[in-house]
Design a protein around this ligand. Structure first.
Ligand code: XIL
Length: 358
């Protein structure tokens, strides 16, 4: 079935514009955001981040990474991750936990481990401690992050050098033993637009590790992209359909859509809104897509200007906490999907096409 549901916001009266509330009404499990520690003393920020109707899920942007949680061998520090988990506990927001095994933000001492047995033991200890610390708190864990290269090879990181692909299998097994209730994800970027070498290699890798006993429940597509060049809904749906053959759920885990030239004008802002709508539409129309997380919601704390100098304004709120057209586009789309009753729940078909006129 293919339907178009055109519900201009102006006809809907006062739409309560809150992302998680509408996402749930539309049949997703959550709409979430990353939160980083420097923002926790900003009341303007917190007023939005702590609103469970806006964001049903929080993800520590840095606090649960290896360099934060075990900076030197055997010394575990949870202050940064706990500060964000604490917010979620107070508000009743769910926690999407990120990330256990990643080549980046990895302390140097891990890179000097060469033997297979040593590395296996170090991964075991790391995951048992970190997942154990947050046991029962994480709806999902990004167990392994960014294991593949764009050309489809395995990323040559210290874990891979020591153990080959077994490091991935092993990590998932230990995570499941430690917190059997957590949904365990493989997470990566540039795996949104069907179907490049990285997507094909990711599918092959997931098949390999599952055959070796890795409990992979989900695949996370980070969803970092550029205004006017981001993948279409059709391309993303095709990717997610392929991933859906392998795992129980898929999600967009780190969405931001940056402008590559600044300053921008009205046309660029509206294009950004359309680009965000493609992502949200792709999720709504994929039965196994459970939710969307933005990689922070305000330009004030976006990682983009540091990572890509000269680019930015990638988030749904500007740095002064004004909602952008992209925010309203998403609200309109979620509202339309909810009104049309397209999804009874995050895992139920059938899903139709939904288009909001905003
Ligand atoms: C980023 C953080 O947002 C930055 O603050 C940090 O300096 C670098 O990492 N993919 C991921 C995230 O999986 O963990 C990254 O987060 C962004 C890219």
């Amino acid at each position: 079935m293919k339907g178009h549901f055109l519900l201009p916001l102006s006809f809907c009266g006062a739409v309560t514009a809150q992302l998680d509330k509408l996402a749930k009404e539309a049949g997703l499990l959550y709409f979430g955001t990353a939160v980083d520690n420097p923002s926790l003393n900003n009341q303007n920020y917190l007023r939005i981040a702590r609103d469970p109707a806006e964001f049903g899920s929080l993800t520590p942007a840095n606090g649960q990474k290896w360099s934060s949680t075990q900076p030197s061998q055997g010394r575990f520090t949870y202050g940064s991750g706990d500060a964000i988990a604490h917010v979620a506990r107070q508000t009743g927001q769910q926690l999407r936990c990120h990330t256990l095994i990643w080549y980046n933000q990895l302390p140097g001492w891990v890179g000097s481990v060469y033997s297979r047995d040593q590395m296996q033991q170090i991964i075991t200890t790391h995951i048992q401690n970190v997942v154990g610390h947050y046991k029962g708190r994480c709806y999902a864990w990004d167990v392994v992050n960014e294991a593949m290269e764009d050309d489809g090879r395995y990323r040559n990181n210290p874990m891979y050098r020591a153990m080959g692909v077994d490091y991935i299998t092993h990590s998932f097994k230990i995570a499941q033993q430690t917190d059997p209730a957590a949904r365990l994800y493989y997470n990566d970027f540039n795996i949104e637009r069907c179907c490049n070498a990285k997507i094909n290699a990711t599918i092959a890798m997931i098949r390999t590790v599952k055959a070796a006993g890795a409990p992979v429940h989900g695949i996370g597509m980070q969803g970092h992209s550029r205004v006017g060049m981001s993948p279409s809904k059709r391309e993303m749906k095709e990717t997610m359909a392929r991933f859906s053959e392998l795992v129980d759920e898929v999600a967009f885990t780190e969405v931001d859509i940056r402008h590559t030239k600044l300053p921008i004008g009205t046309a660029e802002r509206e294009q950004q809104g359309r680009d965000y709508m493609e992502v949200v539409g792709a999720c709504l129309e994929t039965p196994k897509c459970v939710g969307i997380t933005v990689w922070d919601f305000t330009d004030q704390y976006s990682w983009i200007p540091q990572q890509y100098p000269g680019e930015g304004e990638a988030c749904l709120w500007d740095r002064n906490y004004n909602q952008k057209p992209a925010y309203h586009s998403i609200v309109g789309l979620l509202h339309s999907a909810a009104s049309a009753g397209l999804r009874a729940s995050a895992t139920q078909a059938p899903i139709a096409t939904v288009t909001a006129a905003v």
